[in-house]
Ligand binder design. Structure first.
Ligand SMILES: [Zn+2]
Ligand SMILES: [Zn+2]
Ligand SMILES: [Zn+2]
Length: 284
């Protein structure tokens, strides 16, 4: 199975909607890895992490079969990660817009996510072929039919925001760490019982000097990775990525590579595909 980085941008995307800043103009010219849609991840055909405004774009760009999706895990209710109005198309019935398959789509998220779904819902829930699964913002665990185990832990971002720790049936373990400011000690404690093969860390703010804006800048992301390695939370062989880049960060992809690659950290980009499984880490 592979993890597909569907999107690698912050809320307003890159180039940002309506923006004429120099970074956006440069990204526009360069295209390729400098065009970033809103951050989201897909795991094989059945599992998706985050459901933002570029959900439809991602289907077209990566030829995804959303009719096979069984699980939506949402990190938090911000509009770049959760656009519940789109779930109103997941309706089965004569007056509904879709002929749905014979399985349900489960929405996993904290109370803030479930509340936003209910506020945006325009259909009778009984026709929606959906299951709502409210996660605790502290620690919660779900094991899927395919053996993948999801653990949610509280993120330092906004009320109800979580990170996901995903353990594959063969033991390969990875971390989805967007969106997040510098980790609280509570997060370090929760991470310390895992040994990760792949970690994705927030580096939204790039070269901006921020204290705690709900995100990390490049220097804070680097310091975080150093501690993850020092404490053995990230295995020596672990692949480390940064993601969720904002236009105001002032870095094109080439700048991000110059900053991160010498430290063994890969800046993510739209369409980046990461093999998941112990086999893939043994080959590295
Ligand atoms: Zn975000
Ligand atoms: Zn801009
Ligand atoms: Zn956010």
């Amino acid at each position: 199975m592979e993890l597909l980085i569907c999107g690698s941008g912050a809320s307003e995307a890159v180039p940002a909607l309506f923006c004429t800043c120099s970074l956006c103009m440069e990204a526009w010219k360069r295209g390729g890895k400098d065009w970033r849609s809103r951050t989201a991840y897909q795991l094989g055909e059945e599992v998706r992490i985050d459901f933002g405004p570029d959900f439809l774009l991602h289907r077209e760009k990566y030829r995804l079969h959303y009719e096979k999706l069984k699980h939506l895990f949402i990190t938090h209710a911000h509009k770049d990660h959760f656009t519940p109005v789109q779930l109103n198309y997941h309706v089965h019935g004569a007056e509904g817009p879709a002929l749905l398959g014979d399985f349900n789509l489960t929405l996993h998220g904290t109370k803030e996510v479930i509340d936003r779904f209910q506020a945006a819902r325009t259909h009778d829930f009984s026709k929606m072929r959906m299951i709502l699964d409210e996660l605790s913002p502290d620690v919660d665990v779900r094991t899927l039919e395919n053996g993948m185990k999801f653990t949610s832990i509280r993120a330092n971002h906004c009320p109800g925001a979580v990170h996901y720790i995903v353990e594959m049936p063969d033991g390969f373990t990875f971390f989805i760490g967007t969106d997040s400011a510098v980790f609280r000690e509570e997060t370090w404690r929760k991470l310390s019982v895992f040994r990760f093969d792949l970690m994705i860390i927030d580096a939204t703010a790039g070269m901006l000097d921020i204290e705690n804006g709900g995100h990390m800048n490049a220097h804070q992301a680097l310091a975080t990775v150093r501690r993850l390695r020092k404490e053995g939370i990230a295995r020596k062989s672990a692949r480390i990525l940064t993601n969720h880049f904002a236009h105001c960060a002032g870095m094109v992809h080439e700048d991000l590579e110059k900053f991160f690659l010498p430290h063994g950290i890969e800046p993510a980009y739209d369409g980046m595909c990461i093999p998941l499984g112990k086999e893939s880490s043994l080959r590295r």
